[in-house]
Design a binder for this molecule. Structure first.
Ligand SMILES: [Fe+2]
Ligand SMILES: [Fe+2]
Length: 199
């Protein structure tokens, strides 16, 4: 699928994938002697995931992309059902993670393992979800032949872009991006986060 909607979806997946891999790296490294910075960056990452992918990217897929693909490729109905379920559970899991992180930060090391296990599971779950969409849904979206449907998809995905993926600087979010990028210990994983304001 070469329509703008597919390009935007891939860009947003790429930005989120970079964020998830950075989060995995940060968790593996642990707080060390920079406890305040560690929790601050993780909290900011989880806020971003809750703010953009969960509230904007997923609803657009569920409301617009999936129904049109289901019409064009009925054999994917089961896959789409699983992806819908992922969307429903993903938002809940993101909120739980924010709570579990606060528990570790505020209540102590007894709560560390709960967060680490849940975060690793969530990261793998999310990467697999995006991979499935790219492997099954986006190619099938090429079979949506109605011009009106294609136009609707393009318009919907062009709205409320994830500023992390769009590369367009947004002063409202510059601080959020800077906080993550500058707060990470050491170099970022290849192809990963870049603050639009710094691009
Ligand atoms: Fe999705
Ligand atoms: Fe997606």
């Amino acid at each position: 699928m070469t329509h703008p909607a597919a390009r935007i979806i891939r860009e947003e997946h790429s930005a989120l994938g970079a964020m998830l891999r950075s989060m995995r790296m940060l968790i593996a490294a642990g707080p060390r002697d920079e406890r305040e910075r560690f929790f601050d960056v993780l909290r900011t990452m989880l806020f971003y995931i809750d703010e953009f992918p969960e509230r904007l990217h997923h609803p657009k897929e569920s409301r617009v992309l999936f129904p049109k693909v289901a019409d064009a490729a009925p054999e994917l109905v089961q896959v789409i059902g699983r992806l819908h379920a992922d969307h429903a559970s993903g938002e809940r899991r993101a909120r739980e993670l924010q709570h579990q992180l606060l528990a570790w930060e505020l209540l102590g090391e007894n709560h560390r393992q709960t967060f680490v296990v849940a975060a690793k599971s969530y990261i793998e779950f999310y990467l697999a979800h995006m991979h499935l969409e790219e492997r099954e849904i986006l190619p099938a979206a090429e079979r949506v032949h109605s011009d009106a449907d294609l136009q609707e998809m393009d318009e919907v995905f062009a709205r409320d872009r994830d500023p992390f993926a769009s590369g367009v600087a947004d002063p409202c979010y510059d601080r959020l991006f800077s906080r993550i990028v500058l707060g990470m210990p050491g170099p970022m994983p290849a192809g990963s986060l870049s603050c639009p304001a710094q691009a």
